[in-house]
Ligand binder design. Structure first.
Ligand SMILES: Cc1ncc(COP(=O)(O)O)c(C=O)c1O
Length: 396
């Protein structure tokens, strides 16, 4: 059998080095665990970065892909298919956009953001507006449009110039007040900034954002690529505070690992797109949409959102109860949690955890992100706490 090292070397010589050195070569997944090519077992508390909602090789996922593949895998967007229409209707219902909202399907989160940007441009051009606002710390993807909304200089600078008209402001109420005028076409917001280290917005931020976008006829667009599809214990994070957007993006966990994304446009601007204004070859194909329908339907019928809330709480309490002086706070919602450490050692802790068989990641120097499958059990939480304790304890 090929060794893990051998696979890693072959990967390095055959694929562009956009992701850095691979940690391992994974060959199999089962439930909440992954196995590398040496047979080493890992508890997966990152879930493909908030993607594997039902864990690995869940029978619902497996049956969905297999059964649809035998019937109808792909058609063009000259046609519609029952799974596509059913998923659009399901997403409108789950996201609260059922009264006149519309959906555009994509293959990824970035593409959903791109669709949102095009929506913002259509709105801007209709009313002669030029500005689009995003927040400092924001991550919206890395295509040229989405990258223009992403704030990190390290990601943006090598690819300058960015899209004109995009402004980044601090995530504060004052900055909102100072920036808004009638020239603003849209405000893009992640209800929780996942890549920035599971950062929550200040109290009242979304409510004020809604008031200001309304009073200046601008669109409020939530990027729920990471927070959507049940990750926070609500179907979409906007429902936690009750501030409704004009559009939202979803992707990651929607089909439990099958690539799919969506822009949900609420009734306020559902008719901006017109034939020819946007398109995609794969977006919304029967295989992806059927899988998403089955995954979402399972989450709904099995009460998985309640599990997300309960296990999120158990994790938060368990981590805060650890006898470790390393942990400062646990933040986030449901099963999107950020563990802030007192020292800037999160990458070291994540690596130590990996060596001990626990997959987590460090989106910043002081923060460990947890985004496990939504179906984790009490035993998984227990196993996590044991492994995480070991990763925290070992001297650096
Ligand atoms: C909030 C947010 N938007 C957009 C993206 C990009 O999504 P994708 O990687 O599926 O293109 C991500 C990915 O992490 C994200 O977290």
């Amino acid at each position: 059998m090929m060794s893990d090292e051998n696979w890693k070397q072959r990967a390095q010589s055959s694929m562009v080095n956009a992701f850095g050195d691979p940690l391992a070569c994974m060959v199999r997944g089962e439930g909440t665990h992954l196995y590398d090519s040496t047979g080493k077992r890992y508890l997966d508390f990152l879930g493909g970065i908030a993607v594997n909602s039902l864990g690995h090789a869940h029978p619902v996922f497996v049956d969905a892909v297999a059964s649809q593949a035998t019937v109808l895998g792909h058609i063009s967007n000259f046609f519609v298919s029952p799974p596509q229409v059913e998923l659009a209707e399901r997403l409108l219902r789950l996201s609260g956009a059922e009264n006149g909202g519309k959906v555009f399907f994509t293959n990824s989160g970035t593409e959903a953001v791109e669709a949102g940007l095009k929506l913002a441009r259509l709105h801007a051009n209709k009313y002669g507006k030029t500005k689009i606002i995003a927040l400092e710390g924001a991550f919206h993807g890395r295509s040229m449009g989405a990258l223009s909304l992403t704030s990190k200089a390290k990601y943006r600078d090598p690819f300058a110039p960015m899209l004109p008209g995009v402004i980044h402001i601090p995530a504060t109420l004052d900055a909102l007040e100072d920036t808004f005028d009638d020239d603003v076409a849209a405000l893009f917001v992640e209800p929780i900034q996942g890549e920035a280290g599971v950062q929550q917005l200040p109290e009242g931020f979304l409510e004020r954002a809604r008031q200001l976008t309304d009073s200046h006829s601008a669109l409020l667009i939530f990027d729920e690529v990471q927070t959507g599809a049940g990750r926070t214990g609500s179907w979409f994070a906007w429902q936690l505070e009750g501030v409704k957007p004009d559009a939202l993006t979803a992707a990651k966990g929607l089909a439990g690992g099958f690539p799919i994304g969506a822009l949900v446009v609420f009734s306020s601007c559902a008719d901006l797109f017109y034939p020819g204004s946007h398109g995609t070859t794969f977006g919304g194909n029967p295989l992806a949409t059927h899988t998403a329908n089955e995954v979402l339907s399972y989450i709904e019928s099995e009460g998985i959102l309640a599990n997300v809330k309960a296990q999120g709480e158990a994790l938060r309490n368990g981590i805060m109860a650890l006898e470790s002086s390393s942990v400062k706070e646990v933040r986030g919602e449901g099963l999107l949690l950020g563990v802030e450490l007192n020292e800037p050692v999160a990458p070291v802790v994540a690596k130590r955890a990996f060596d001990k068989g626990l997959i987590i990641n460090a989106p910043s120097d002081r923060v460990i992100r947890l985004a496990p499958p939504l179906i984790i059990s009490d035993d998984d939480v227990q196993e996590f706490l044991e492994l995480f304790t070991l990763a925290l304890e070992e001297p650096s």
